[in-house]
Design a protein around this ligand. Structure first.
Ligand SMILES: Cc1cc2nc3c(=O)[nH]c(=O)nc-3n(C[C@H](O)[C@H](O)[C@H](O)COP(=O)(O)OP(=O)(O)OC[C@H]3O[C@@H](n4cnc5c(N)ncnc54)[C@H](O)[C@@H]3O)c2cc1C
Length: 409
């Protein structure tokens, strides 16, 4: 594997970096770029939308999409450079649900009307989305979902509840999975629907995090009528579409780049802190901790590049476990970076950004509150490890298979 960028790629990366460096000067004070910041305050949301428009004007928001839908047909590796730059600069503006998930899925499963209706507005940064998947009793085991969509002529009538829906209170549209055939269990009898979030019968209730941030919501459906033409893929075959969504943008390069940014800032800050008249960066224990972080971040970065490289080659079988590894390792690396930084910084590190005693804009206190969630969102580390065991190591899928009686020959 060749890690060196071509001259064109280097130039492109420099253009992304220069753009984000300039634009992020307008970020709200103390900005850390977490989803909580994007969705919680009016200021955060306005900045996210402003950045989305700016990126769209540059033609960068949906670079990987075909030209006729607002993209540039950019190769995956170029997309990776873009995401890495955005992650390093803690930049908002890229709707993870619209740009990252439903857009690419529409390109695969959408009919021409659906593509025309949604892809260009998403690429222009005008239409924001949310993901209506998890339910109170269906998270890791998503196929256990119970919210129904009963067919009545040309509409589905939705009843039930979703939970942990990030940004549902801001989204224009939502994509979700619903049980269209209640006689079937598990991944059968599910359909994939696109919903205008203003449809009568949808109630969005806030679910505040432990930091009081409004990221999550509960979404209730009470006889919500959704046109059949809003279905993606075949009726009762929605699981196939769902699996496709799960396979987009799994490199996690943005998260690793954010960890790198935090480490760079931490090193710069510790150089200014003195203990026994010497900068903290000369303390052997601190140096050791910083070096461990640097090594893990570099490993995570290499994993993310490898995912993109394998995806570009079209080797989907190798890409799946690698993407799981990049996700689990990347979010756990971020966790370790935050925990180690807090050990070094002590009390100052856990002081909120609003306090005059806080250091580094209170970044570590903010990240400490959200870091556990990053690990769970999009499939927990345990689930990723299961996937690696099944798909890369050929281990049994479940305990049922472990204890399965041998078939008589
Ligand atoms: C920051 C964040 C944002 C989110 N945003 C959204 C969103 O926008 N839309 C949406 O639909 N959902 C969203 N979610 C929900 C997320 O998808 C679920 O939390 C996740 O799938 C886990 O499901 P659960 O919470 O029901 O936990 P459970 O599935 O009940 O898991 C509980 C624990 O058991 C472990 N576990 C479960 N099954 C297994 C297994 N087979 N083997 C080993 N361990 C297992 C899990 O790892 C976890 O530690 C978000 C979650 C977070 C944290």
């Amino acid at each position: 594997m060749d890690f060196a960028l071509t001259p064109e790629q280097r130039e492109m990366k420099q253009a992304f970096d220069a753009f984000f460096e300039q634009e992020m000067k307008d970020a709200p004070k103390g900005w850390t770029g977490t989803l909580e910041e994007v969705y919680s305050s009016e200021e955060g949301w306005a900045f996210h939308r402003h950045m989305a428009k700016k990126l769209a004007q540059k033609g960068w928001l949906a670079r990987a999409w075909p030209k006729e839908y607002g993209g540039e047909s950019a190769p995956i590796l170029e997309q990776l450079l873009f995401s890495e730059s955005a992650g390093y600069h803690l930049a908002p503006g890229i709707d993870i649900f619209g740009i990252g998930m439903i857009g690419p899925t529409l390109l695969v499963y959408g009919n021409e009307d659906q593509k025309r209706e949604h892809l260009s507005p998403i690429a222009r940064g005008e239409q924001m989305w949310c993901q209506l998947w998890s339910e109170p009793n269906a998270g890791s085991d998503l196929a256990a979902l119970k919210t129904t969509a009963r067919r009545d002529g040309n509409v589905y009538i939705l009843n039930g509840q979703k939970i942990w829906t990030s940004g549902a209170h801001r989204a224009d549209w939502g994509f979700g999975v619903f049980r269209t055939d209640p006689t079937q269990k598990g991944s059968k009898g599910i359909s994939f629907l696109l919903l205008d979030m203003k449809t009568p019968g949808i109630t969005v209730n806030p679910l505040l995090g432990m930091n009081r941030a409004h990221l999550f919501n509960e979404v209730f459906f009470d006889d919500v009528r959704v046109p059949v033409e809003n279905r993606l893929g075949e009726e009762n075959q929605g699981w196939t579409v769902t699996r496709t969504v799960m396979n987009f943008e799994r490199s996690n390069i943005g998260g690793i780049a954010t960890a790198k940014r935090i480490l760079d800032e931490l090193v710069a800050f510790l150089k200014t802190c003195k203990r026994n008249s010497r900068p903290l960066t000369e303390d052997p224990i601190v140096k050791d901790e910083l070096a461990k972080m640097a090594v893990e971040i570099e490993v995570g970065r290499a994993l993310s590049y490898k995912v993109a490289w394998i995806q570009e080659k079209g080797d989907i079988f190798q890409a799946v476990p690698l993407a799981s590894a990049a996700k689990a390792f990347g979010t756990e690396t971020m966790q370790r970076v935050i925990y180690r930084a807090l050990e070094i910084l002590g009390q100052a590190g856990v002081t909120k950004k609003e306090s005059s005693l806080s250091v580094m804009l209170g970044r570590f206190e903010t990240f400490f509150q959200v870091i556990l969630g990053m690990n769970i969102a999009g499939g927990s580390s345990e689930v990723q490890r299961n996937l690696i065991a099944w798909t890369a190591l050929g281990l049994p899928r479940s305990w049922d298979e472990v204890f399965k009686k041998p078939t008589k020959s």
